[in-house]
Design a protein. Structure first.
Length: 272
């Protein structure tokens, strides 16, 4: 669950990612590219015995925080979601161009072409693409440093994204037949926002994530149990050329696995 491909800011093509998952003997995955379903246009026709739950990771905002919402089991042809994806595609390009201009003020010279060549076919640009261009041009030795020095949330070349309110994204996912799950809530400016999202109708919490501490995982599990929400987990795998995150290293535990399987079974019932 929670995997990225070249359709957004991952390294592998959708086909290569699926084939790698199959070679690892994984049973159930979801490709959740940022603001696009494009990966599902190029995965192999047959993935048996691997099961795939359609997914997407949608950017949103709440109280000046960047909130990512995972949409699992959505209709990938839903008009409202595809229209939103098109809007975000344009916004991401505009954002990247602004970053390129800001970087020039710090004697960092990269072009649109330097950035775009790392993106997928539709040029869905995300900050990792800018970071990779900085690595390739020799301004930083690795992508994480690009964030630390230039394009991180507090960096001098950071540009805010234009996003839809979290409440609206939750509704859009559910209207498209999907389950809305808050992604990596441990990264929120205020983790108590999770309770606000539950009031908005959130269906689940990504309790396990590589950036979550043991204490955070247990806290989010407790909230999910108390509120009767789905629990999910995933590596947030992007291909990770720096080798920090492994595709199959998600020790989510039996309780989370059972919850994910329950969600998948509900999705199959809805789509039957």
């Amino acid at each position: 669950m929670h995997l990225h491909t070249k359709a957004s800011d991952g390294v592998l093509s959708p086909e290569k990612l699926v084939r790698r998952c199959m070679s690892l003997g994984l049973d159930l995955i979801s490709i959740t590219d940022h603001d696009t379903f494009d990966a599902y246009k190029s995965i192999p026709e047959s993935t048996i015995p691997l099961r795939i739950l359609p997914g997407i990771e949608i950017s949103s905002f709440y109280k000046n925080d960047d909130v990512h919402v995972l949409g699992y089991g959505c209709d990938i042809n839903d008009k409202a979601l595809t229209d939103l994806a098109s809007m975000y595609l344009k916004n991401r390009k505009d954002r990247a161009l602004k970053m390129i201009e800001l970087l020039k003020e710090y004697d960092v010279e990269i072009t649109w072409e330097d950035v775009a060549k790392h993106a997928g076919d539709k040029n869905l640009i995300a900050r990792p693409h800018v970071a990779q261009a900085l690595v390739e041009k020799g301004y930083v030795p690795y992508r994480a440093m690009a964030f630390d020095l230039y394009i991180g949330n507090n960096g001098p070349a950071f540009v805010n994204k234009e996003e839809v309110p979290t409440k609206d994204v939750i509704r859009m996912i559910q209207d498209a037949g999907g389950f809305a799950v808050v992604a990596h809530p441990g990264k929120l400016k205020n983790q108590d926002f999770v309770h606000d999202f539950i009031e908005m109708g959130m269906d689940g919490i990504e309790v396990w994530h590589p950036d979550h501490s043991y204490q955070e995982i247990e806290k989010f599990k407790d909230i999910a149990r108390e509120k009767g929400l789905y629990m999910t987990g995933g590596t947030d795998f992007h291909g990770d050329p720096e080798g920090r995150i492994k595709l199959s290293h998600a020790r989510v535990g039996q309780e989370v696995l059972e919850s994910v399987i329950k969600m998948y079974e509900e999705y199959k019932c809805r789509s039957a």
